[in-house]
Every structure is written in C-alpha cells, then in structure tokens.
Design a protein around this ligand. Structure first.
Ligand SMILES: [Zn+2]
Length: 345
C-alpha cells in the first residue's frame, strides 16, 4: 500500500484559486492548524485574484502585521470594487495575509508567536506563519512583476505617512522602483536600508528579482481616514502606473498638498534607541528637524525620581520621521527615526 504525500518541500496550503484563469476569483488560502481549540482546523487567509488578458502581475498585500490597519481596510475595499473588465493583466490581493494576527490586532501571530515579516522564505513543514510565508515565496512571488506590501507603524511606532523601497542589487530595478514610489502619492517617498532585513518579504522579493514597494502609513495602533486614503489612492496609483487599470495618477499637488518629498535612511545611525528602561519623554513632534547631538527626548526613572533623566541624543541630522507612542520604554527600544532629504537622480 502506498500513501500519497505532497512531497518534501510542497506547500500545505489548499486553495481553489487558479492563477491562470481569466476573470475575478474570491477565495481563501487554507492553512492547516492543529490547536487546543481546533484539532483539524484551517486558517482561511482571504485572497482575490483578477485576471484579464495580458499584462504585468501586481501583488498587493496588507495585514502582514496584524496591528497595522490601513492596508487591510484599503485593500478589502479595492478587492470588492475592481472588476475584470477594468483590469489589464493580473492583480493578486491578500488584504489580511497574517489573518490570525489581524483578528487579534497584534504584530505577531497568536498561533505561533511569529512575526510574518521575519520568517521568509518560510517553511512548509513549520508552524502557520512559516506555512503562509512559504506559500507566498513559492506560489505567489514567481508569478509577480511587482509586490506592494502596505504597512503602518503598528502599536509601537507612528510615522509621517510614507512609501518606501529598499536599495536593490539590480540598478535598473532600483531606478524603476524609485520612479514608481514617486507616483504613490504619499507625503514622503523613502529609499531605505532595512535595520533588520533577514526574513523580510522585501528582501525575498529582491532576491527573486521582483520589484518590491512598501508603505508605512501612520500607526500607534490607530486607523485614520487620511491614512486609509493614502493606502487606497497609493495602491490605485501604482496599478495605473503599471498599466493594470486606466486613469490619471492622483498627485498630492492636485489636492493642494506639497509634492512627495524624497528622503532616505542611509544606515543604522538613523534609528535612535532608548538607552535604559523607564518613561520616555519626547522633545519633538513628527516632522521636526534636528541636528546630530541634539537631545530628542529623555528617559525618566519611576523607581528613582531623585535621579536625573537620561537624555537621548540624535545620532544623525535630519527630519524626525517616526516616534514611539507608548511612554514606557525598555533599553534598546526604537524611540525615533531620522530621515534625510535626497535629490531625485
Ligand atoms: Zn508592519
């Protein structure tokens, strides 16, 4: 007797989606789980695929982190609205990629405690988060020309809304990505060096030669009309830019806002860390300028109120693009990110 097995390395995700089929398909990616609450359970990660004729494939994802709400809201709306006839090419949308984390409103999955954006390329024999990452790596990314991953700051960071790209090893790809992020319509477009690139979806995309674009829209555990608007308009602008849908790109200057400002994080010194545990008092608001060495805040000691607070200094000159909303900090927490203006080449 022989038992059919999917084979080593095969995905354990089950889906009815046929990526080659013309038309609009609304379904889910079934990820098997076995927990105290559900012995033969399935996580049903929502997915919409729209294909019409020939053209590029753009994959839009949200909810990689479950405490970042703008991407999921905007992409659920977009997935409902888009119809086959208005699309040229193929659009794949997963608004809530790490569904258990989204339902829990947490950065990491409550099933296995993992951060989806640290486990790529994933593992088909691993826990749920690994299985999702592995499916994206092996089933979705090989179909893609462009991957767009909509993030926000989550519970512990808040950002001036921006769209970003990582530095690519492929110069031509980097030039084309830069051109695309300037069309997103966010207040800032950023060329970045990831602080912690291992296991990231964008690192995986770059290794596979897929164009990768991310957003960071607000955060602090909140969701706002303005930032959902940036996510929605930004996703549509990119679909227009790549020729998937028709229409004029909506530019910030058309709405009386300043044009997109091109900025960069060049290295680790752009990330300011808390030097000790305590209560953090920021000295800045988002968008303020600072010089290297300026005090950007201080850490107070609730157990030792007689002790002078520890001043935290800017490690770079630039503009404060991000801060940490929770007042309680531990040594090593990121309390600010400082970006520098850049000339468009
Ligand atoms: Zn995120």
């Amino acid at each position: 007797m022989s038992i059919e097995s999917p084979g080593a390395g095969a995905s354990r995700v089950a889906t009815t989606i046929d990526y080659e089929k013309e038309g609009k398909q609304v379904s889910f990616l079934g990820v098997p789980i076995s927990t105290d609450d559900s012995a033969y359970g399935t996580i049903t990660v929502p997915i919409t695929v729209i294909r019409n004729g020939s053209g590029p494939t753009v994959y839009l994802s949200g909810g990689v982190h479950g405490d970042e709400f703008e991407g999921p809201v905007a992409l659920m709306k977009l997935a409902r609205e888009l119809e086959t006839g208005e699309v040229q090419g193929r659009i794949i949308i997963t608004p809530c990629l790490n569904l258990p984390a989204v339902l829990a409103g947490k950065r990491c999955s409550p099933i296995d405690g993992l951060n989806l954006n640290r486990v790529f390329p994933g593992d088909p024999a691993g826990s749920a988060t690994h299985v999702i990452a592995h499916y994206v790596t092996t089933a979705l990314l090989p179909l893609c020309d462009v991957q767009v991953d909509l993030h926000s700051g989550g519970n512990t960071l808040t950002f001036i809304p921006y769209v970003q790209m990582i530095r690519s090893r492929d110069e031509d790809l980097q030039r084309r990505t830069l051109e695309a992020i300037m069309k997103f319509g966010a207040p800032v477009a950023l060329l970045t060096t990831e602080l912690d690139p291992a296991g990231n979806l964008e690192t995986m995309c770059d290794e596979l030669g897929v164009m990768t674009i991310q957003s960071e829209l607000g955060g602090g555990g909140t969701v706002s009309r303005t930032n959902v608007g940036y996510a929605y308009t930004g996703a549509r602008n990119l679909l227009k830019h790549f020729g998937l849908i028709e229409g004029e790109i909506e530019r910030p200057e058309d709405e009386g806002r300043p044009p997109t400002r091109l900025m960069t994080f060049s290295d680790r010194s752009c990330y300011v860390m808390a030097p000790d545990d305590g209560l953090f008092e920021p000295f800045f608001e988002l968008g303020d300028s600072c010089e290297e060495g300026d005090a950007v805040g201080q850490v107070h000691y609730p157990h030792h109120i007689e002790k002078l607070p520890w001043k935290v200094h800017a490690t770079r000159s630039g503009t404060l693009l991000s801060k940490r909303p929770p007042g309680i900090v531990r040594r090593g927490d990121n309390v600010a990110i400082i970006a520098q203006d850049m000339e468009a080449a």
